[in-house]
Design a protein around this ligand. Sequence first.
Ligand SMILES: *[C@@H]1O[C@H](CO)[C@@H](O)[C@H](O)[C@H]1NC(C)=O
Ligand SMILES: *[C@@H]1O[C@H](CO)[C@@H](O)[C@H](O)[C@H]1NC(C)=O
Length: 306
Amino acid sequence: MPRILSKRVMVIGVVAATFTPLTPEGEINLSVIGPYIDYLIEKQNVKSIFVNGTTGESVSLSLAERKALAEDWCHKAKGKMDQVIVHVGCMCLRDSQELACHAAQIGADGIAVISPSFFKPSTAAFLREVASAAPTLPFYYYHLPAMTGVNVPVRDVLNDIEELVPSFRGIKFSGCDLMDFGQCVSKSRPHWAVVYGVDEQLLAGLAMGANGAVGSTYNYVGSYMNKLMTAFENGDQLQARAIQFKLQELLSFAMKNRFDVGVNKQLMSDVSGLSLGPPRLPLVQCPQDYAKSIFQKYNSLFQDSR
Ligand SMILES: *[C@@H]1O[C@H](CO)[C@@H](O)[C@H](O)[C@H]1NC(C)=O
Ligand SMILES: *[C@@H]1O[C@H](CO)[C@@H](O)[C@H](O)[C@H]1NC(C)=O
């Protein structure tokens, strides 16, 4: 059935960037996904997910694994969640197109693409070619300069973007440059989602005009960050800051040691009780002592959040 590409803003609110559940042997464990979705909805009040991005270790997965994962997330989230955005970015255009096409077939609500990070000359042309493989799906550009090394200002990528990519519907902006983010908001069209992706400074992103938040920590502090967004909307800056500062305290504790997807995934397993397993190489598992201390820190800050 042909889909009609909507012109309303699709992504609003708190979106969790999901981890990829693995068995202790390193195989994908799809049976965790159903309980994972229920956990996000019931315990974190999070109703949208961003599948297979950085947090999902997508760059470490094979194409077949990515398809199986995306399919399972879409299938199990249907009727329960508001939005499932599947990240389909790859270094290889053909692979990205194949995944975009697949995302449309499995009923994803949107696709996102990170800029290629090995050869870097033309992000916009690459986005156009991937989007054209799934022209009925809302398309989001995923900006993560700390990982990709692609520091082209997003405000420049947005010039004439809708002529290039008619399905363009917004940005997942995971950079710290708030001037660039502000310019993206300022240039955005009413039907775009301009979503901020640096969890520890979401409040600054909201002040700049973000209409949503996507991040890995929302897996386990989603209920809190929902409250932060509500406090911000109600003009309660003290409450919004108090919540933001707690998350900053947790992350500054973690960053003193190491805070990568391996550590993050372990913390989510400990908080949620889901068996997400180890990360896949080149990421390595979080040492037990460290896992324990960060979980304790989490509990001391957020004990009433579960
Ligand atoms: C996969 O996840 C399920 C649900 O958490 C768990 O019961 C099962 O033991 C896991 N499988 C493996 C091989 O770890
Ligand atoms: C997930 O993202 C990676 C790149 O980061 C991509 O190679 C992979 O194909 C994506 N998987 C799906 C199902 O979109």
